[in-house]
Write a protein that binds this ligand. Structure first.
Ligand code: FES
Length: 111
């Protein structure tokens, strides 16, 4: 898995901006949004990391995502409201999500 901070990192990868803090992380399409945030030292609420517990439920404010699983734990109505599960979703474009419980980690995480 490429280090997003190495000189060889794909600088054309989409980014995720996490509001309301405005923190940015590279979000290559081979990482979930949660993995991308963790690698950048940004903690998002999470538990199962497989799309069932809904701990990571966040709001997509802009951009496009795709899910890694067929049936993520959000209803059609929730999807229409912009709710997403970052543990099983990848950024397809630059995206902005809202997750007020995000926090900065003092260390970079390897997922
Ligand atoms: S961490 Fe459980 S649904 Fe995302």
């Amino acid at each position: 898995m490429p280090d997003p901070y190495s000189p060889a990192a794909d600088l054309t990868a989409p980014t995720v901006r996490i509001e309301p803090m405005g923190w940015l992380a590279p979000a290559p399409s081979d990482l979930s949004i949660l993995q991308a945030a963790l690698r950048a030292g940004i903690e998002l609420p999470n538990a199962c990391r497989n799309g069932t517990c809904r701990s990571c439920l966040s709001r997509l404010l802009s951009g496009e995502i795709r899910y890694l699983i067929e049936w993520p734990g959000v209803s059609l109505e929730e999807k229409r409201e912009g709710l997403v599960l970052p543990c099983v979703a990848c950024a397809q474009t630059d995206i902005v999500i809202e997750q007020p419980l995000a926090s900065r980690s003092s260390k970079l995480n390897v997922t």
